[in-house]
Design a binder for this molecule. Structure first.
Ligand code: DGT
Ligand code: CA
Ligand code: CA
Length: 576
């Protein structure tokens, strides 16, 4: 059995949640969360470390006890302590945690005060207006819970892209080395760069299907075989992820890849185009009568329909075919276009590495500039900086810059936008920074109008540079707050400031739709990692994926600019 870091981390996070619901010692809860984060950030697979006999207790937050539990999970898939804890907290209570907006603290209150034990009991209590009476809840929260419950019932669980990637890559590599197998590609929403994946769709080229589907269902991580045929098979992996495989002959590869990449709405328009030309398009090729006129490559199919190749990220039936016809497809931004990163944390607040370590990691990635933007004082949980500590950090950065070559460290802050729209640090301090990244970290449930006005007021601030994670959503965990994004985008244009595409795989905020809206309104976006560790700088690729889904070109992205250009854009003389 192969157990990956993410699975061990998930088990530890679950343990922390269970303990917290029970009101266990907060230090124990924190120890599990910290260990989970260590595992998620770990570049090596912990299973391989154990196999090589390496000592896990050298890892941050992993002592003898947790090292033992990791080994137990690696060999048995679970740990006795977690199983025992699961028995003490009923599964229906654990399910409450999966409702957006409900963390362990709130679940604890619900179970203790209202004796709620399941989502359906919660729904009943909310409908009867009993939830709003609890401390820390209120009427708004109650409405949110009801909306989230309704949405949840309509939605199957989806897997975050970052979680799906290692599974997809390992499976593609496994299939590629089978004899007789040619190209192998992950298609579907995965190839379109969607932020979450319903299931994984894999396409393999081989002269005969059966030997490939046989080996596919025998893959070591398969838990259940859902279907197993000549050219198709479907399995569920131990992680719960479903994978569909299709095996096609070489001459159908392009047509099949096009078909299984989707989206359905893109395919529908392509088939209509084919029909208008007296052709028929399916997963085997493009046909005139019985004659295949194209199909071995995607390019051949598009070309036969009078179109250039369309990047998968655009294939959502959102006008890409019209744009392609008119020769107006965007030239999408690439990871290597990024010249800098404008949002990152250090150990001074809630990051894991020092200023020097973060700067070195950014330099090694080839960035020309890198902004340090730690939290402001209001975020006490993250040890937010007050003016004194920020000024101290600015001096540290000046000293560091004097020793660095090839990269400039910019002085910034991720300042809290307070409920009244003011910023959490005084103007005279903010004015001395190279840039001010501002974010909402509190009062997520204000009305749309109040939330929008709060943010717009912050943008009026003379030193405001970038609005961080503009919608505040956490994928699968927290809904975006209610905000009029078009008004905010227009405000950014008027104020000549910028919005962020936060690249953290749990945020990816702005969304693709709002990226596109910003581009159409002429507002530049900053693709930022919001790194809390050196490894987090890798997340830039997820931000770029989102930007590409939002039709962004290099020229639409602020941090593709040279350092000199950037400086002019950050501190325009006109701004007042
Ligand atoms: P997902 O899995 O929910 O994240 O989304 P997709 O886009 O991967 O959808 P999925 O797995 O149901 O199907 C993969 C692709 O296969 C889809 O994007 C287009 C193609 N496809 C599947 N079923 C149909 C269908 O009934 N009609 C057409 N035209 N295409 C289909
Ligand atoms: Ca899929
Ligand atoms: Ca599928």
């Amino acid at each position: 059995m192969t157990v990956r870091n993410a699975e061990v981390a998930t088990a530890f996070e679950e343990m922390a949640d269970l303990l917290e619901i029970e009101g266990a010692n907060p230090f124990r809860v924190r120890a599990y969360r910290f260990a989970a984060r260590t595992l998620r950030d770990l570049p090596a697979e912990v299973g391989e470390m154990v196999a090589k006999g390496e000592d896990l207790t050298g890892l941050p937050g992993i002592g003898d006890d947790l090292a033992g539990k990791i080994k137990e999970i690696l060999s048995t898939g679970t740990a006795a302590a977690i199983e025992a804890q699961r028995k003490r907290v009923p599964a229906t209570v654990t399910e409450l945690l999966r409702i957006p907006g409900l963390g362990p603290k709130r679940v604890k209150t619900l179970t203790q005060e209202l004796k709620i034990r399941s989502p359906s009991e919660l729904q009943k209590a909310a409908q009867e207006g009993r939830v709003r009476t609890l401390a820390g809840f209120g009427e708004k929260t109650e409405q949110h819970i009801l909306a989230a419950l309704a949405a949840r019932l309509a939605e199957a669980p989806r897997v975050k892209r970052a979680v799906a990637i290692p599974y997809a890559e390992a499976l593609v590599a496994y299939l590629e080395q089978l004899s007789g197998v040619g190209r192998v590609m992950a298609a579907g929403s995965y190839r379109r760069g969607l932020e979450t994946i319903g299931d994984l769709d894999i396409l393999a080229v081989a002269p005969a299907g059966r030997p490939v589907t046989d080996r596919f269902v025998a893959y070591q991580e398969v838990r259940d075989v859902l279907a197993h045929g000549e050219t198709k098979a479907s399995v569920r992996l131990q992680s719960g992820l479903q994978v569909d495989l299709r095996v096609v002959p070489q001459e159908s590869y392009g047509a099949a890849l096009l078909y299984f990449t989707g989206s359905k709405s893109h395919n529908v328009v392509l088939r209509q185009l084919a029909q208008q030309r007296g052709l028929k398009l399916n997963e085997y090729g493009l046909f005139r009568g019985d004659t295949r006129v194209a199909g071995e490559t995607e390019e051949s199919v598009y070309a036969a329909l009078g179109l250039p190749w369309i990047p998968p990220e655009l294939r959502e039936g959102r006008g890409e075919i019209e744009a392609a016809k008119a020769g107006r497809l965007p030239h999408l931004v690439d990871l290597h276009d990024l010249k800098g990163d404008l949002h990152a944390h250090t150990r001074a607040t809630d990051g894991r590495h020092s200023l020097q370590e973060m700067a070195e990691a950014a330099r090694l990635r080839g960035l020309q500039y890198f902004a340090i933007t730690d939290h402001s004082r209001r975020l006490t949980m993250a040890k937010g900086l007050d003016s004194t500590r920020l000024l101290q950090q600015m001096e540290d950065i000046d000293r560091l810059n004097a020793t660095l070559s090839g990269i400039t460290i910019l002085k910034g802050i991720e300042v809290d936008i307070l409920e009244d729209g003011n910023l959490d640090l005084p103007d005279n301090v903010l004015g001395r920074l190279d840039l001010v990244v501002a974010a909402v970290h509190s009062r997520f449930t204000l009305s749309k109008q109040k939330q929008t006005e709060r943010i717009m007021k912050a943008m009026d601030h003379p030193h405001f540079s970038i609005l961080a994670h503009p919608s505040g959503r956490l994928i699968g965990r927290r809904e975006p707050y209610d905000v009029d994004m078009l008004r905010i985008i227009r405000k950014a244009r008027e104020r000549r400031c910028f919005l962020e595409v936060n690249a953290h795989p749990e945020r990816l905020d702005l969304t693709d739709i709002h990226c596109r809206m910003a581009r159409e309104e002429g507002v530049l976006l900053a693709v930022n990692t919001d790194a809390h560790s050196m490894l987090d700088l890798e997340n830039a690729r997820f931000g770029i994926g989102q930007a590409r889904r939002g039709w962004l070109e290099k020229s639409d992205v602020l941090n593709t600019r040279s350092y000199a250009e950037l400086r002019k854009l950050l501190k325009p003389t006109m701004k007042a």
